[in-house]
Ligand binder design. Structure first.
Ligand SMILES: [Mn+2]
Length: 316
């Protein structure tokens, strides 16, 4: 296999959506990681397109700051999706998903809806009305489905970015009532961790790909590292026991071979301060390798350019 296609990496260096901000350093550490450089020496052309960072002054609210970064991120992923350029967003806390998939959805809007596979221990589907913590990384899926703070649901356009029919969650095992009620009401398909253990990640992932591909022009993949068992991924802030094994996740990602409708991917919540023996850093690199090796020769050939990705309302 000739590995010549370039992959754009986009860093979301912010952890302010989480209880502890350590994941903000995740992409900074990954940008210097020898494990990622090793991939380049294997012929995988990873190229850092952007490292999004918080403004220096701390005068803005967390909501304003996340809105600002999400808008920048959305503009970036929109350009990539529009140009059929495969991208991987590296977090940072999982509020990154708001910008990442708002941008991809906006880029392809004139052609159809996008799907999304969401691999996570949590549901990430709170609004300010239901959240016990007010942490924005507990809200991104709700925002993308059109529920939540207007500044976050109106990134690039005012429409919901995802149709619940085109979304699948995998690995969920810790959640609160309010977010569960929202996802139930919207009928989002959830493969809880119990089912994943029973049936195996491979099978579940294949079913998920079918669901998110059925009525869409392409789909994305967003992975919270807390979906993985803490023994394999200690470097994440909201670890939950009884998670996916790193090996099975890696294999499942590899087996998504050559999905020509995969638009891009995202790996969030890497906190280098909590990592042990660079286990999680190595895991992120292996996950990138799995995703990239299977997508190196693909193009989203049915996607055409239609409009620009600039934002109309800059905040901060
Ligand atoms: Mn998450």
């Amino acid at each position: 296999m000739s590995l010549t296609k370039k992959i754009n990496l986009i860093g979301y260096a912010s952890g302010i959506g989480a209880a502890e901000p350590g994941s903000g350093d995740g992409p900074i550490v990954l940008a210097e990681s020898p494990y990622l450089s090793d991939l380049n020496s294997q012929g995988i052309k990873l190229q850092w397109e952007k490292m999004l960072t918080l403004p220096k002054s701390n005068e803005n609210s967390k909501l304003n700051l996340v809105t600002h970064l999400s808008t920048q991120l959305a503009t970036t992923t929109c350009e990539n999706a529009k140009n059929k350029q495969f991208f991987i967003v590296l977090g940072g806390d999982h509020s990154s998903a708001i910008g990442t998939w708002s941008g991809a959805s906006h880029a392809l809007k004139s052609q159809g809806e996008i799907g999304l596979i969401w691999i996570d221990a949590h549901m990430d589907s709170h609004t300010y009305e239901t959240t016990p913590s007010e942490n924005i990384h507990g809200m991104p899926l709700a925002c993308l489905l059109g529920h939540g703070a207007p500044s976050l649901t109106h990134i690039l356009n005012n429409e919901p970015k995802l149709n619940p029919k085109n979304v699948c969650m995998i690995g969920v095992r810790s959640f609160e009532k309010g977010e569960e009620e929202l996802l139930k009401k919207l009928q989002v398909k959830i493969f809880f961790m119990d089912e994943v253990k029973q049936r195996g990640l491979d099978i579940v992932m294949q079913e998920a790909v079918k669901i998110v591909s059925a009525n869409t022009v392409g789909f994305g993949l967003t992975i919270d590292l807390d979906s993985v068992d803490p023994s394999d991924a200690p470097g994440t802030g909201a670890a939950e026991p009884d998670g996916l094994l790193a090996k099975e996740l890696y294999q499942a990602l590899s087996k998504m071979a050559n999905k020509s409708n995969l638009i891009g991917a995202e790996i969030a919540e890497f906190d280098p301060h909590l990592d042990r023996e660079q286990k999680t850093e190595k895991l992120v690199s292996k996950m990138i390798e799995a995703i990239v090796k299977t997508n190196i020769n693909t193009t989203n050939s049915n996607i055409q350019e239609s409009f620009n990705c600039e934002t109309k309302n800059a905040i901060v």
